[in-house]
Design a protein around this ligand. Structure first.
Ligand code: AMP
Ligand code: ZN
Length: 702
C-alpha cells in the first residue's frame, strides 16, 4: 500500500469506528455486529503498525496508552466548578423559585429539570474538536489532570463530531425531551470546556463487585465510590478495566461558535457534538410543572441504568443566570431536589469488626432490628474506620440507616440530638481483633475506600476464609466443608492451610463436636473426590489476589500444567487473555513466594491433579471465541456446570446477567427475569435441544 492510500484508508477506518463507538456508547443503538467491529479495529491496529506516522492521539486505538503516572498534575479551572444547594421538599423548592423571581422581577422564568447523576464531576476540554484535557472537580478551583483515565471511557469522544447542518427551526418543546434529530445547525467551537458526571451503571457496578469478590478483592460500597476509585488510578489500564460512563450537562468556557443562550439549546448542541446528555430533560414554566417533572423523574429513576439521588433544576436562560450570579459555593440559579432514600431510624447496639480472607477489617453496625423497604435489617455496613470517624458514629447512638438502589444498607449518620451522653466513641482496633497482629492501611482503591488489613498470613480468620474459599462450590467443591466445620478444624489446630485437609484422619474428624463417624467418612470422601478437580478450580481456590474464576480459566487454557504456570515469566503471564499487568504481577509474586511453593509441593504430594483439561494451545479451534452466553432456568438433562463446560470448551464465556452484549440465552424450566430481559433486548434464545445442536455444529466433524 502506498503512503497516500494508507492515509485514506486510515481516515476511513477511524471515521467508521468513531461512528460505531458513538452509536454504541453514546446513543446505545449499535450499528454493527461485534465481529464486524473487531475486524475494523484490528485492521486499524495493523495499519498503524505498518504506518506509525498515521497514528494520531485521537485514533480509537489510543484510548489506553501511556505509562502509569507518579501523581496527577493539578489543573486550575478557568471557571470554578461549583456545587449545588439542596432542597428536600416541595415547600423548599417553591421558596427557591420565589427567591430567584425576586432577583429577576418582571421576568418570565423558564426552567430545565435533569436527573442528578450520582457520580464524580469532571470537565473535558476540546480544542479544535480534539480532547486535550480532562480533570476532576477537586475543591472547585483546582482539580486533578485525569486525561489519560478519561480517555479510557468509551462514551468520552476523543474527537467531537462535526454536527450536521439542519434547517429545522424548533418550536419550544412542552414538558419532555429535546430531540437530537431536530438539533439546530451547529459549528464546531474552537474551544469548549464541557462539564459532566462520570459514573458507573448499576449493572456495571454489580458485575465489578462480583468479580472483585471472586478475586478476593474488597468490594465497593456504592457506584460513586467505585467511580472515584477508578478515576484515582495512576495506571490508566486499571481504569480502562472499570465500566465507566459519562453524561454531560453543562459547559464552562467556550469560543469560536455562536454560543447557545439556553440550557435546552446547549444540551442539544452537546449531543450534536457526539456527547451523551441526560436521556430525560423537562422544560417547565411554573412550580406546578416543576413538581410534575420532579415526580415524573422519580417514577423513571428505577429504570435509568445509573444511580440518581435527585433532580437538578436550572434556569434555562444563560442571560438571566448571569443576573442571578453565584455564592462562593453554588450558583443562585440552580438547585438540587433530593429524593428521599428508604430510610429508618434505630439504635446502634454494637460495632463488630470482621476479618476477611484477605485480612481486610470491615466494621459492621449491629442494630436493633428495624423494617426498611420491606425487610428487617439488623446489620448495616460502616464501610471502614475512616467513615466511622468522619461521621462521628458512636456505640449506643440512634442512627439513620438507608438503603438506596442496589446498595447494601448503610449507616447514614448519627442522630446527635438524641444523644444522652452515654454513647461511646468506638475504638477502632489498633491490631487484628482476631489474632492481635499488626494491621496496615491500604488505600490502593482510593481514599474513600481505605482498608485496614491484618498483616499476619496465619491469622485464624484469614485461614478460615481461605479454607472456605477452597471448599466453595465454585472452587474445589468440597461438600461438607462449610463454615461450622472449618471453624472447628482451625480451632483445634488440625488444619492450618488447604494442604492439611488432605492429611485428615477418620479418627481425628470423628472426634470433633457434632461430627459422627458417618459425616466424617462423607467428608473424607469429598476430600478424596476433590483431588481430581480440574486445574482451574485449584488455581481459583488458592485465592490469589485478582484471580477470579474467569482468570483462573484463562490461565488453565494457556498452561498444560501447574508446573508450566509456575515457570511463566511476568511477561508471558501479562500477554494471556484477561490477564493484564496487575494480575500478572499478582500471580507471579504469589507463585514465587517460597511458602506458597511449599504449599503447592504438599498438594502435589497429596496426589491432587495438576494438569489442565482446559488446556487449549492457540492453534486449537475455539469457534465461539468472543461470544457470550447466559444460562437461566433448569435444563432437562444438563446441569449448569455441564452446560458451562461445553460453552467454554468452544471458546465462549458464560455471563451471569443479560445485556446487549449477550449472544445467546439458554433457557430451561422456570427461567428468571433474565429471560424477560432477553426478550426485551431481542436476543437469540435457545432451549437445550437447540443449544446442543449448536454445540455439535460448532465442534464440527470429529
Ligand atoms: P453536590 O455534589 O451534592 O454539591 O451536587 C453538585 C454536583 O452534582 C455537581 O458538581 C455535579 O457533579 C453533580 N450533578 C449531577 N448531575 C448533574 C446535573 N444534571 N447538572 C448539574 N450537576 C449535576
Ligand atoms: Zn489477624
Amino acid at each position: 500500500m502506498t503512503a497516500t492510500a494508507a492515509r485514506t484508508r486510515h481516515a476511513e477506518l477511524v471515521a467508521q469506528i468513531r461512528a460505531h463507538d458513538h452509536a454504541y456508547y453514546v446513543l446505545a443503538q449499535p450499528t454493527v455486529s461485534d465481529s464486524e467491529y473487531d475486524r475494523l479495529y484490528r485492521a486499524l491496529v495493523d495499519l498503524e503498525r505498518q504506518f506509525p506516522e498515521l497514528l494520531t492521539p485521537d485514533s480509537p486505538t489510543q484510548r489506553v496508552g501511556g505509562a502509569p503516572l507518579d501523581k496527577f498534575k493539578p489543573v486550575r479551572h478557568s471557571q470554578p466548578m461549583l456545587s449545588l444547594d439542596n432542597t428536600y421538599s416541595p415547600a423548599e423548592l417553591i421558596e427557591f423559585v420565589q427567591r430567584v423571581q425576586r432577583l429577576l422581577p418582571n421576568k418570565t422564568l423558564e426552567w430545565t429539570v435533569e436527573p442528578k447523576v450520582d457520580g464524580v464531576a469532571v470537565t473535558l476540554r476540546y480544542e479544535q474538536g480534539l480532547l486535550t484535557l480532562g480533570a476532576t472537580r477537586g475543591d472547585g478551583a483546582t482539580g486533578d489532570d485525569v486525561t489519560a483515565n478519561l480517555k479510557t471511557v468509551r462514551s468520552v469522544p476523543l474527537r467531537l463530531l462535526v454536527p450536521p447542518a439542519s434547517t429545522h427551526t424548533r418550536n419550544a418543546p412542552q414538558q419532555e425531551l429535546f430531540d437530537p434529530a431536530r438539533g439546530p445547525a451547529v459549528a464546531l467551537p474552537t474551544l469548549i470546556e464541557v462539564r459532566g458526571e462520570v459514573f458507573m451503571t448499576k449493572s456495571g457496578f454489580a458485575q465489578l463487585n462480583a468479580q472483585r469478590a471472586a478475586a478476593s478483592e474488597e468490594t465497593f460500597a456504592n457506584p460513586r465510590n467505585a467511580t472515584a476509585g477508578a478515576l484515582k488510578q495512576l495506571d490508566p489500564r486499571v481504569t480502562a478495566a472499570r465500566p465507566l460512563d459519562l453524561i454531560v450537562y453543562g459547559a464552562g468556557r467556550s469560543e469560536g461558535w455562536s454560543a447557545p443562550g439556553r440550557q435546552s439549546e446547549l444540551l442539544e448542541r452537546l449531543r450534536a457534538l457526539g456527547l451523551k446528555t441526560p436521556e430525560h430533560c423537562w422544560l417547565c414554566r411554573s412550580t406546578d410543572e416543576l413538581l410534575a417533572a420532579i415526580a415524573d423523574l422519580d417514577r423513571r429513576r428505577a429504570d435509568l441504568g445509573y444511580e440518581t439521588d435527585g433532580a437538578v433544576i436550572k434556569l434555562n436562560s444563560f442571560a438571566l443566570r448571569q443576573q442571578c450570579g453565584a455564592t462562593a459555593k453554588a450558583p443562585r440559579w440552580a438547585i438540587a431536589y433530593k429524593y428521599a432514600a428508604a430510610q429508618a431510624q434505630t439504635r446502634l447496639r454494637r460495632i463488630t469488626v470482621q476479618v476477611g480472607r484477605t485480612g481486610a477489617l470491615t466494621p459492621v453496625a449491629e442494630l436493633e432490628p428495624v423494617t426498611l423497604a420491606g425487610s428487617t435489617i439488623s446489620r448495616a455496613t460502616l464501610h471502614n474506620a475512616d467513615e466511622i470517624r468522619r461521621k462521628d458514629i458512636r456505640v449506643g447512638d440512634h442512627v439513620l440507616i438507608e438503603k438506596a438502589g442496589e446498595v447494601i444498607p448503610a449507616v447514614v449518620k448519627a442522630l446527635t440530638e438524641k444523644r444522652t451522653g452515654q454513647e461511646q466513641v468506638f475504638p477502632f482496633p489498633k491490631s487484628c481483633p482476631e489474632c492481635g497482629s499488626r494491621i496496615s492501611r491500604d488505600s490502593t482503591a482510593g481514599e474513600a475506600n481505605v482498608v485496614w488489613r491484618c498483616t499476619n498470613p496465619d491469622c485464624p480468620a484469614q485461614v478460615r476464609g481461605r479454607l472456605e474459599h477452597w471448599c466453595a462450590r465454585s472452587a474445589m467443591d468440597l461438600e461438607g466443608g462449610g463454615e461450622a466445620l472449618i471453624v472447628q478444624l482451625v480451632k483445634t489446630g488440625l488444619v492450618r492451610d488447604v494442604a492439611d485437609l488432605y492429611r485428615l484422619r477418620l479418627d481425628e474428624l470423628a472426634a470433633l463436636e457434632r461430627m459422627g463417624e458417618k459425616s466424617a467418612r462423607n467428608f473424607l470422601a469429598s476430600i478424596e473426590a476433590s483431588k481430581t478437580r480440574d486445574l482451574w478450580r485449584l488455581i481459583f481456590g488458592l485465592g490469589i489476589l485478582h484471580v477470579g474464576a474467569g482468570v483462573a480459566k484463562s490461565l488453565a487454557r494457556h498452561f498444560a500444567s501447574l508446573d508450566d504456570l509456575l515457570e511463566a515469566s511476568h511477561k508471558t503471564l501479562s500477554q494471556i487473555d484477561d490477564v493484564g499487568d496487575v494480575i500478572a504481577a499478582s500471580v507471579h509474586a504469589w507463585c514465587n513466594d517460597p511458602d506458597h511453593r511449599r504449599l503447592l509441593e504438599r498438594l502435589r504430594q497429596a496426589g491432587l491433579n495438576l494438569r489442565s483439561e482446559l488446556y487449549a494451545p492457540a492453534a486449537t479451534a475455539r469457534p465461539w471465541a468472543g461470544k457470550t452466553f447466559v444460562l437461566t432456568g433448569t435444563l432437562p438433562t444438563l446441569t449448569r456446570d455441564q452446560a458451562t463446560a461445553q460453552i467454554e470448551a468452544l471458546g465462549a464465556t458464560v455471563a451471569s446477567s443479560v445485556s446487549k452484549k449477550t449472544d445467546y440465552v439458554v433457557a430451561g424450566a422456570e427461567p428468571g427475569s433474565k429471560l424477560d430481559k432477553a426478550h426485551k433486548l431481542g436476543l437469540r434464545i435457545l432451549d437445550e435441544a437447540e443449544f446442543l445442536r449448536l454445540c455439535r455444529e460448532a465442534a464440527g466433524p470429529r
